[in-house]
Structure formats: structure tokens, C-alpha cells
Design a protein around this ligand. Structure first.
Ligand SMILES: [Zn+2]
Length: 127
């Protein structure tokens, strides 16, 4: 289950939620009540950090997902990308998926991505 990052378009408050891919709900901003906008936290998905994995309510939902197998990770991310729509994810996401599917080490991929760890498309939100 991926971690979704949200940001309020009005007051710029950010937050994260662990959410099913099939759950389309978007939270209201806890500060001002505006409907928040979804971003994707690529690092959380990409690396499948152990603390996140432990929080997964239903590991069976991941099917054959193996966090230690880059190809498995790549397949999972590609499925997720198809579900979200590729326009939203951008070239960097597609590059990550392709590199994972070719068997590259996720940590090496992350090291090549200057925006990794910054909450994904944060540039869209900065002044
Ligand atoms: Zn707000």
C-alpha cells in the first residue's frame, strides 16, 4: 500500500496518508478545509521502507510483490502508474520503473534522482 502525499492548494499544508490504491478519497485540509491535492511519494513506494511495509494492512493485496526484487518493485510501480495515469507521474517515475524492471538496485536509482526524498512533485507547489 503506497504512502500518498497531499498538499493543500490554498494554505500549502502538507500531509501523508497510507491508502489503498483503489481508494479515490482525498482528504480535506485539516487547517482550512480545502480539498487537498494528491501527490505521490516516490521514495516511500520505491524503497518500500520497512516501517511502511509493516504498516500495510493487507500484504496479500500486493500479490507477488517482493520488496527485495527490483523487477517485482518495477512491475508493482507500473501497475500503480497505470492506475493513477501517467500524466500525473512524469518522466522521472517512468524512468524509475524502467530501471527497476531492468533489475537495477533501487538504492542506486534513488541516488541518481535529485528529487527523491522531497515528496515527489514538490516543485509544482513551491513559489
Ligand atoms: Zn489548507
Amino acid at each position: 500500500m503506497p504512502i500518498y502525499d497531499y498538499q493543500c492548494p490554498s494554505c500549502k499544508k502538507r500531509g501523508s496518508r497510507l491508502q489503498k490504491m483503489s481508494d479515490p478519497s482525498v482528504p480535506d485540509c485539516p487547517r482550512c478545509g480545502t480539498l487537498m491535492q494528491k501527490m505521490i511519494s516516490k521514495v516511500a513506494v520505491l524503497l518500500g521502507e520497512e516501517q511502511h511495509m509493516e504498516k500495510m494492512a493487507d500484504p496479500a493485496a500486493w500479490g507477488d510483490f517482493d520488496e527485495n526484487d527490483p523487477r517485482s518493485l518495477g512491475r508493482m510501480m507500473r501497475r500503480m502508474g497505470q492506475e493513477m495515469g501517467s500524466d500525473e507521474l512524469g518522466d522521472e517515475f517512468r524512468e524509475v520503473v524502467e530501471r527497476l524492471e531492468s533489475g537495477e538496485d533501487p538504492e542506486a536509482i534513488e541516488a541518481d534522482l535529485p528529487n527523491a526524498g522531497g515528496g515527489g512533485r514538490s516543485n509544482d507547489w513551491l513559489d
